[in-house]
Design a protein around this ligand. Structure first.
Ligand code: GDP
Ligand code: MG
Length: 597
């Protein structure tokens, strides 16, 4: 394809502003997918994405658009995730395209992720077309939002395209704007092959699928190619474009985006950002590489039923094939037995993985307290990374502890500003900036990541009735007075509940934890002390009194089926319990105990 007939673009937006709906409309209007095969959110392929309405993996689709100028253009759309945890995937797919549609909900305006995503697009050198969506809503204020885009982002929005992705209004204007206002890719067909490895995933039928963007040269089916970072050589079995299902193609030239399969064993053999060239007569200089995504939140995943360890291992290995940013290693816990210590890009990522394990592989899991990565400086001058509070070294050897800090940007309507400031203050935040864009305040806080991983996002949403938006990036490490808090149930330490906390917050957290556990642990035939401790010193204590009656005694004597049902229900409930010494703790207790109010 001629370069000037190609346009590569992504859509950037805050979550829920209509990115997926717009993508659907573009796919539909260009006839890429027949109407009868059209289902909502075409590009969000995983069930969990559909259910939660979020886009997790970047996806791509090739559209053919006969423009008003009489030419038919190839439009490659890369859909990117909107959530903070997946910012890394956004940044890498941005580098494969030349332009972005900036979708802003005309009834909501600019939000934290609008800003975060648009800055990434600007960093990648994109031309940007602002699109105001949801103008069908009575609350839409396109003029005000246009002004806001100019004020807050500094982007000329005078010729923003006004659309309703839902009704289809304005979609032809979007297609024309893509062709007229976004630049064509550049590249040299006669130069040695230089292609960017944009993404890769595992497909049950095809094995590893690699998404590429050709910069220079031509890639053909059957070619032997070399990955420049790993030096591995593969023969290309299949070359395709996504419409969005795979359609085979003989070659991909400069500016084109497609996928290849070769006999690649696992996703880990493909490095995102790597340069692919020909085995012979390859290019000399690789494209600048990407930084690999670093997991920032760790937690333990244990099967509720110890017999499910092997199935869990299987499931985790399969998942990891498909998600290179997820890490795992085996872990043993005195209380929970065999499991895995897993690393995630953030809390949503953690939830997504846990959900998929439970749903797709049908394994009941216990998730331990999420923890950030601490830097433990030892008295002998060495530093070790702590991924698991259970591994905290003896304090007599520790000089000091550093924790990761973030720069959090929060956008919130005026009337909730006070609540947000209080929330951030309570979480050991230091205010860095406060400015206004119309009725909305933009607050920037320096916060410890450890105060954010538990439930900050939930709290933020609840105190602002869902009106606040939030984005963050890690800024570095700083020393603070951190201690390990342990939890003892019936005098047995439950290492899965131990956590690192700031000393000033330990009493409060300890108290909250034992009170919660008292409610979450069912009564037993004996009384159970529940304690929180730092080292050998107990900082909070509750006692769960003993149960008096047999539960089935409540049923009237004669009704055997009812009694049986109750016992069965209890048995099913047991499946989700875990034995600690003499005490059974329900799975839900682990999850709920970690949420703070
Ligand atoms: P994404 O998170 O940016 O991908 O947003 P979605 O495309 O999933 O849209 C979020 C919600 O907004 C969905 O319920 C859509 O049906 C709705 N929506 C999207 N576009 C429009 C629009 O133009 N008008 C209205 N009224 N609703 C829309
Ligand atoms: Mg979406």
């Amino acid at each position: 394809t001629q370069l000037d007939l190609i346009r590569n673009f992504s859509i950037v937006a805050h979550i829920d502003h209509g990115k997926s709906t717009l993508a659907d409309r573009l796919i539909q209007l260009t006839g890429t997918v027949a109407d009868r095969d059209m289902k909502a959110q075409m590009l969000d392929s995983m069930d969990i994405e559909r259910e939660r309405g979020i886009t997790i993996k970047a996806n791509t689709v090739r559209l053919e658009y006969p423009a008003k100028d009489g030419n038919t253009y190839i439009l490659n759309l890369i859909d990117t995730p909107g959530h903070v945890d997946f910012a890394y995937e956004v940044s890498r797919s941005m580098r494969a395209v030349e332009g972005s549609l900036l979708v802003v909900d005309a009834s909501q305006g600019v939000e934290a992720q609008t800003l975060a995503n648009v800055y990434q697009a600007l960093d990648a050198g994109h031309e940007i077309v602002p699109v105001l969506n949801k103008i069908d809503l009575p609350a839409a204020e396109p003029d005000r939002i246009r002004q806001q885009i100019e004020d807050v982002i500094g982007l000329d929005a005078s010729d923003a395209v006004l659309i309703s992705a839902k009704s289809g209004l304005g979609i032809p204007d979007v297609l024309e704007a893509i062709v007229k206002r976004l630049p064509a890719p550049k590249g040299d067909r006669n130069a040695p092959l230089k292609a960017m490895l944009v993404d890769s995933w595992y497909d049950a039928y095809l094995g590893v699928v690699v998404m590429i963007r050709v910069m220079d040269g031509v890639m053909r089916k059957g070619d032997r190619v070399r990955m420049m970072q790993t030096n591995a050589v593969y023969g290309i079995d299949r070359l395709s474009v996504l419409k969005p299902q795979m359609v085979d193609i003989d070659e991909l030239g400069p500016g084109e985006i497609g996928v290849l399969t070769a006999s690649i064993k696992q996703v880990r053999d493909t490095r995102v950002g790597d340069t692919i060239t020909h085995e012979r007569k390859g290019c000399e200089v690789a494209l600048p590489g990407f930084k690999p995504a670093q997991p920032v939140v760790f937690c333990g995943l244990f099967p509720v039923d110890a017999n499910e360890f092997e199935p869990l291992r299987d499931a985790i290995e399969k998942l990891a094939l498909n998600d290179a940013s997820f890490t795992y290693e085996m872990e043993t816990s005195a209380a929970l037995g065999f499991g895995f210590r897993c690393g995630f890009l953030g809390l949503l990522h953690l939830e997504v993985v846990r959900d998929r394990l439970e749903r797709e592989y049908d394994i009941d899991l216990i998730t331990t307290a999420p923890s950030v990565v601490y830097h433990i400086y030892m008295k002998d001058g060495t530093m070790q990374e702590l991924h698991n509070p259970a591994d905290m070294p003896d304090l007599t050897y520790v000089d000091h502890i550093e924790e990761p800090r973030i720069k959090a940007t929060i956008m919130v309507p005026d009337e909730y500003l006070g609540d947000i400031l209080k929330l951030c203050q309570d979480r050991r935040g230091i205010q860095a900036d406060l400015s206004y864009a119309g009725q909305r305040a933009m607050v920037v806080y320096d916060l410890p990541l450890n105060e954010v991983v538990f439930d900050f996002y939930d709290r933020l949403k609840s105190v602002t009735k869902g009106y606040a938006s939030f984005d963050y990036n890690i800024t570095g490490y700083r020393e603070d007075f951190l201690v390990k808090m342990s939890v003892l149930v019936n005098d047995e330490p439950v290492d899965a509940l131990s956590m690192m906390v700031h000393r000033d917050r330990a009493d409060m957290r300890g108290r909250a934890m034992v009170e919660k556990l008292k409610e979450l642990i069912p009564r037993h035939m004996f009384k159970i002390p529940i304690q929180a401790a730092i080292g050998g010193r107990v900082i909070a204590r509750e006692t769960l009194s003993a149960m008096r009656k047999d539960v089935t005694a409540k049923c009237y004597g004669g009704d055997a089926t009812r009694k049986k049902k109750l016992l069965e229900k209890q048995k099913a409930g047991k499946k989700k319990m875990r034995q600690f010494g003499k005490v059974e703790i329900p799975q839900q207790a682990f999850i709920n105990a970690l949420k703070m109010d």
